[in-house]
Design a protein around this ligand. Structure first.
Ligand SMILES: Cc1ncc(COP(=O)(O)O)c(C=O)c1O
Length: 415
């Protein structure tokens, strides 16, 4: 098993850790032959599927994260028996022991990605191997067991296929996929869990991006810190989010929608709520630049962030930089009218303009939507398969997937 944390680019190549797809290969010595497409089908055939006999009504615009589809995927692991056969079953409650380690010590992580329905009625996942890779890195940090990223993705593909009618027929809505991984050992000891549960649930969501919006308001105060060097801010672990709630409510008390997370004595700009942040401005040297903070351990390596960096670098129209940005740099740029746009990025909203920031008792304002709208359009075109990006390829299974793909076709012929 690779001990080193892998970069997203390395994610698709991971074949040294295994999540079995059948009871006969539950130990971590099973090697899946990724070069044979028939092997995918053979292993997927071991997936156990129990269909729901009571499908739910599908609401068009449910509130985010409240209404779930008819099925879920669960995969259990134990130190003694390894990974068990994955199971797709009717959506329902989990049964957890009251001493289970995720409930007491937050030994837990999650992911978030989306399935889109294209104009051609094909379903697509947007760069899912980047999520699988980030999940694998989070699992290492949480001392949860390793899994085969491609095998998990194949199980997710099957789940989405089964609940395909839940993927909205609209470019402004999609199906949100929430993989979750919990330590489930029945013990109060603070230790590596000997039991774990990986599960995936799905819900229909609307789009957050609205070009009419005045932009998000952010409250920037160094009093709270989202993440710190050596911590877990660059992993998608539940504890990072639970401990941000109080600041979120204080932001609302200050009339803002989200927190602009700062770090260090020099008030470095790190993230906006649960989004990565970008500044499009003219630098002090007079150069046009799109800048975002570097992945130095306190920033979540967002899939949308990476995609925006790749897309704008490909345009080659201005400098695209990952570098430290401070509030004093932003404030003087705002004063000198050098700021073009500020926006956040993330799977939930995709790209979200930031209208004003409340910092040191003053409102700092800037809201334009030119770059934001252009990036949003290009990303939506890729997500719904309208744009044949040079990095896009069509595959009907996951095992030939490479990191350079912008999306993954599901082999679903939608009705
Ligand atoms: C703290 C944080 N930053 C950034 C992001 C954006 O990441 P992505 O683009 O992969 O959704 C998220 C959302 O997952 C997040 O929770």
């Amino acid at each position: 098993m690779a001990e080193q944390e892998s970069s997203p680019e390395e994610g698709s190549a991971s074949s040294s850790v295994f999540l079995s797809l059948g009871p006969q290969c539950c130990m971590s010595t099973f090697s899946f032959n990724v070069t044979m497409s028939s092997a995918v089908v053979d292993q997927a055939a071991d997936l156990v599927i129990e269909l729901s006999s009571t499908p739910k009504t599908k609401l068009d615009e449910p509130a985010f994260g409240n209404v779930f589809t008819d099925h879920m995927l669960t995969i259990e692991w134990s130190a003694s028996d390894g990974w068990q056969a994955p199971l797709i079953k009717p959506f329902g409650n989990l049964s957890l022991h009251p001493a289970c380690s995720s409930l007491h010590y937050g030994i837990q992580l999650f992911e978030g990605l989306k399935a889109f329905r294209g104009d051609d009625n094909q379903l697509r996942l947007f760069r899912p191997m980047l999520n699988m890779n980030r999940m694998s890195n989070s699992a290492k940090r949480a001392c949860l067991p390793a899994f085969d990223q491609s095998e998990l993705l194949e199980c997710i593909r099957r789940l989405v296929e089964i609940d395909q009618d839940w993927v909205p027929h609209s470019e402004s809505a999609s199906l949100y996929i929430r993989p979750t991984f919990l330590g489930t050992e029945r013990s109060l000891g603070v230790k590596k869990p000997a039991n774990a549960l990986l599960y995936v649930i799905l819900c229909r969501v609307g789009s957050y991006f609205n070009s009419e919006t005045k932009g998000l308001s952010l409250w920037a105060d160094p009093k709270y810190t989202r993440a710190w060097k050596g911590g877990t801010g660059n992993y998608k672990m539940g504890g990072n989010y639970g401990c941000s709630l109080l600041a979120q409510y204080e932001a609302e008390d200050h009339g803002c929608q989200q927190v602009l997370w700062l770090y260090g004595e020099d008030h470095q700009i790190t993230e906006a709520g649960t989004m990565n942040i970008f500044l499009h401005w003219i630098t002090e040297d007079g150069e046009e630049e799109l800048a975002t903070p570097p992945l130095d351990g306190i920033i979540l390596p967002g899939v949308t962030r990476q995609s925006i960096l790749e897309l704008t670098r490909k345009w080659g129209e201005f400098k695209v930089t990952e570098r430290y940005l401070t509030m004093s740099q932003l404030c003087s740029a705002l004063k000198q009218l050098r700021v073009k746009e500020v926006f956040g990025s993330g799977t939930a909203c995709m790209i979200c303009p930031i209208g004003h920031i409340v910092y040191q008792g003053e409102v700092r304002e800037r809201s334009r939507l030119m770059l934001t709208s252009r990036i949003a359009k290009e990303l939506i075109d890729i997500q719904v398969g309208r744009n044949t990006h040079k990095h896009t390829q069509t595959h009907t299974h996951t095992h030939t997937h490479t990191h350079t793909q912008m999306f993954l076709h599901l082999s679903v012929t939608a009705g």
